[in-house]
Ligand binder design. Structure first.
Ligand SMILES: [Zn+2]
Ligand SMILES: [Zn+2]
Length: 254
């Protein structure tokens, strides 16, 4: 299984970091995970043609995580040389069917090609689990955020594990899902606790790392108000190997 970071940034423009996006590849299949604006170009750089994706998983419906969905469905329809004909399945938290209907009502037939987009909604009220193309198992638990947010754990057919926090505040569910995993990709969006309890700050990430003990921790989604260097040092003090993710980073697992 290969997990590639397409976008390690936020919704704020950054010359080097796009908004959230990842791709999971296993056994010849490629599944997009989130996808803010610019994702399709970064997919291409990673060697994946967006029109050939085998499916998409969304952690939640904020624009920095799904802004490229309408352009993605549009390119699958237009595909000058070979318009897509096979289904493009999506897995996301409850509410995504209505969200996609909203996009369709705005864009009309431009989002309707010769393919179907079946949406498999995952529960926001407890654990859920599906098997994705490529034989990768997806396990989810609700996150402490909004817009139908979930934590995502990907398990390869060989048993390797990657957890993506999605956007979240402090979350026992994230600790549970990430316990002992090979890689935890975790947001660290804010410098400290805020009235909006929907994001993590360095001390909160350190607490999760200390309790979950992933083998490797990759931090993403820093807003500019967070000083990433000291934040990483603080989390490293837990003894969990910690680094800052970057766009184009490839994480190879069994
Ligand atoms: Zn969000
Ligand atoms: Zn976000």
């Amino acid at each position: 299984m290969r997990f590639t970071i397409l976008g390690s940034g936020t919704t704020l423009p950054d010359a080097d970091r796009g908004p959230a996006g990842f791709v999971v590849q296993s056994d010849g299949a490629a599944v997009l995970v989130d996808g803010g604006s610019g994702t399709m170009q970064r997919l291409k750089r990673a060697g994946v043609d967006a029109r050939e994706l085998d499916g998409g998983v969304y952690s939640h419906r904020h624009l920095d995580h799904c802004g490229d969905l309408a352009p993605l469905l549009f390119t699958m329809k237009v595909g000058i040389d070979i318009p897509r004909s096979r289904d493009y399945p999506i897995w996301a938290g409850e509410g995504f069917v209505d969200f996609l209907e909203g996009l369709r009502s705005a864009y009309g037939h431009w989002l309707e090609g010769g393919y179907q987009v079946p949406v498999h909604e995952l529960t926001l009220h407890g654990p859920d689990s599906v098997v994705l193309p490529g034989g990768v198992r997806l396990d989810t638990l609700p996150a402490q955020h909004s817009a139908g947010a979930l934590h995502l754990r990907f398990t390869s057919p060989a048993g390797s594990t990657v957890v993506f926090s999605g956007d979240t505040g402090p979350s026992d569910n994230l600790v549970e899902l990430a316990r002992g995993v090979d890689v935890l990709v975790c947001e660290c969006a804010v410098p400290g606790p805020t009235d909006y309890r929907g994001h993590l700050w360095p001390e909160a990430v350190a607490d999760i790392a200390d309790r979950a003990r992933p083998k490797r921790l990759v931090l993403t989604h820093f807003y500019p108000t967070v000083d990433a260097g000291p934040a990483i040092e603080l989390v490293r003090a837990t003894g969990v190997p910690t680094e800052r993710g970057f766009d184009g980073q490839v994480i190879e697992l069994d």
